[in-house]
Write a new protein. Structure first.
Length: 636
């Protein structure tokens, strides 16, 4: 009985494409191609002379799986390089913009003769052949033994998916750019990031860092390797007549292979069903074991309303601008989301954070109290809605950090947020702020490094935190450079009071006074008070006792003087020789949120106090507090 194998070959130029042998040759030279690159070339050559659409090619080459267009693009690039062996090879594959590709070279089809798969009747073995029989059998036995051993080792090795414990969810790509909504595409990814980030076994890159990979030209494999993750979840969204199709694939970075892919169809309002199913499938593909409480968080829907979800995402986006207009726009967006769904815990937490931010950074004297009260109300409501949500504890840490200056609570709530979702960067910045206020500058710098690794795109928080740490460490040039960049990227109210202080300590009194006078007229109560206090210390350093006293009297009459302003008032009094008032204001600064020993001990503007017994006792108290804080908080 005979089995026949027949095949077809194609010749073009000096190349021969053999479908039976799955090979490409250039003359006598074999050309190495990956299996998928070969199949791409075969599909084009078989249809030489006509345009083959991208969709058709992807269906021919990857019939049973979802693959991004980037995979096809890579194959075309590989083929073009291989075809350059022919002087005209660069023109063999023509790109038809927005449609597909055409193979332009004339092709000659060759039918290969049948290949007999049966063996001829064997001849009786010769004596020499017989003498080799046992050698051959021994080799075969050893070979099968090695194969069996390899099979055993492979079988006992953990599957590749077991090693995938870090993931990046890229912004979903719109298949139709004309119907693109960036907030929806980023928002879909953000929701999956929030859900997957609740699993302790996974490290998930935050939205802020993956936002840089928005767009149709992004290669998911290159993005994943740049992000240093084990896997990438890549997807696309297509909207049409109230319907949404979401296609996703999970790509393993070790070899660039898609380990899972699927398409989901739903109505606009049912997008949350798709989110649930994607999260379920990803967890299954990664073989992540989850506890019951994690499963509840993973599949919990924080709203059932797509419009509320969109408003929430808009609020998140505007809040990250750190400007008065951006913060107010965020408040408005969160309010709209809550008007649609009053039980939307994420929106309530976002609103609490926005209110605390506006209270500290931008509220005028007349409205600052109202914003503070509202921040308290919103965070209380958020805790009622969901006390076990990472973002709720992140928002609570924001209120303690920006309104109450309660550093112990900031550290506790930030730790709780990170326990619930380790992929968040803001809690690390809140911890860093608490630590540098407490005088733990090295520990604050370490927290900042962690936050920057999680989300290097958040430059404003990173630069501002590093700028303040540099200021308190007496690295004034570094402080000025960082804080000047913060002002360029966001709002002068975020940076100016500290940068004015950095210029003063650095010896550039004129520049310090210029910045302080400008900021003293700011509408923001906090920025104005801090800048006016710094101005008082500048005027005192110039020897203008009357001017300094006038400014300090004005400040003492203000209802809200925080620890930074109190510190500068203490500096002003030290410069004009009012020792007791200076120490009293410095103690007030330390007692209301700024017990940073390194700042008081190293500030050259406090030199007039260095030999005063009351100031020495004050420094000793601060040093004891710093040591206590280090023992209590440094390892938390």
């Amino acid at each position: 009985m005979t089995d026949l194998e027949s095949g077809i070959s194609y010749e073009f130029g000096s190349f021969r494409l053999d479908l039976r042998d799955h090979s490409l040759a250039f003359g006598d030279e074999s050309v190495d191609l990956t299996p998928k690159a070969f199949e791409t070339l075969a599909a084009l050559v078989e249809r030489a002379g006509r345009v083959v659409t991208k969709d058709e090619l992807m269906e021919l080459v990857w019939p049973d799986s979802f693959v991004e267009e980037a995979g096809l693009t890579r194959n075309i690039s590989v083929l073009r390089k291989a075809l350059l062996r022919d002087p005209e090879g660069k023109d063999f594959i023509e790109t038809v913009p927005k449609i597909g590709y055409r193979f332009t070279k004339n092709v000659h089809r060759v039918e290969s003769p049948p290949r007999s798969m049966s063996a001829a009747k064997p001849k009786p073995p010769s004596a020499a052949q017989s003498s080799n029989t046992w050698t051959v059998l021994l080799i075969v036995a050893i070979t099968f033994g090695l194969i069996a051993l390899a099979a055993y080792l492979v079988g006992t090795r953990k599957p590749a998916a077991e090693s995938m414990r870090s993931i990046a969810v890229l912004p979903f790509r719109p298949l139709d750019p004309s119907s693109s909504d960036n907030l929806v595409e980023v928002g879909l990814a953000d929701t999956l990031i929030t859900r997957l980030g609740s699993l302790k076994q996974l490290t998930v890159k935050p939205t802020g860092i993956v936002r840089a990979y928005t767009g149709s030209g992004v290669d998911p494999v290159e993005a994943g390797r740049a992000l240093g993750v084990d896997a990438v979840l890549n997807g696309a969204v297509q909207r049409s007549d109230g319907r949404v199709r979401v296609t996703v694939q999970l790509i393993r970075m070790a070899d660039g292979v898609s380990v899972w892919g699927q398409a989901f169809d739903s109505d606009d309002g049912d997008i949350f069903i798709v989110q649930d199913e994607i999260a379920r499938q990803v967890v299954a593909a990664l073989k992540v074991r989850i506890a019951a409480e994690e499963q509840e968080r993973l599949f919990r829907r924080y709203t059932q309303n797509a419009e509320a979800f969109e408003k929430y995402m808009r609020g998140r986006s505007r809040l990250s601008e750190y400007t008065p207009d951006g913060t107010l726009a965020a408040v408005d967006a969160f309010e709209q989301a809550l008007a649609i769904d009053p039980n939307y815990a994420l929106a309530r937490s976002g609103l609490a954070t926005a209110c605390a931010d506006y209270y500290l950074r931008f509220a005028s004297g007349k409205e600052v109290a109202a914003w503070g009260e509202r921040a308290d109300r919103e965070i209380a409501a958020a805790l009622i809605l969901d006390p076990d949500l990472a973002e709720t504890h992140e928002a609570l840490a924001a209120v303690y950090r920006k309104k109450d200056f309660n550093w112990e609570k900031v550290l506790d709530e930030s730790a709780r947020a990170l326990e619930l979702n380790q992929s968040l960067d803001q809690p690390h910045y809140f911890r860093a702020a608490a630590l540098y206020h407490l005088g733990l500058l090295e520990e604050a710098a370490a927290e900042t490094e962690v936050a920057e690794r999680i989300n290097p795109q958040n430059r404003i928080d990173g630069l501002r935190t590093r700028g303040v740490i540099a200021l308190y460490s007496r690295r004034y040039s570094d402080a000025i450079a960082s804080l000047a960049e913060v002002e360029r990227l966001s709002s002068h109210a975020i940076a100016d009071p500290h940068i004015a202080m950095a210029y003063l300590e650095h010896g550039d009194v004129d520049r310090a006074e210029e910045i302080a006078r400008k900021s003293a007229g700011d509408l923001s109560s906090s920025a104005s008070t801090r800048a006016t206090a710094i101005l008082a210390s500048i005027v005192a350093a110039r020897g203008d006792r009357a001017g300094a006293e006038a400014l300090t009297r004005e400040l003492e009459a203000r209802p809200a003087v925080d620890h930074h302003a109190a510190y500068s008032i203490g500096v002003a009094y030290a410069q004009i020789g009012e020792t007791e008032k200076a120490i009293a204001w410095l103690r007030r600064a330390a007692g209301t949120g700024l017990p940073c020993y390194a700042l008081y001990a190293g500030d050259p503007l406090l030199a007039p106090l260095q030999k005063v017994p009351g100031f020495q006792r004050f420094l000793a108290d601060l040093q004891t507090q710093a040591e206590t804080a280090r023992r209590r908080f440094a390892r938390n």
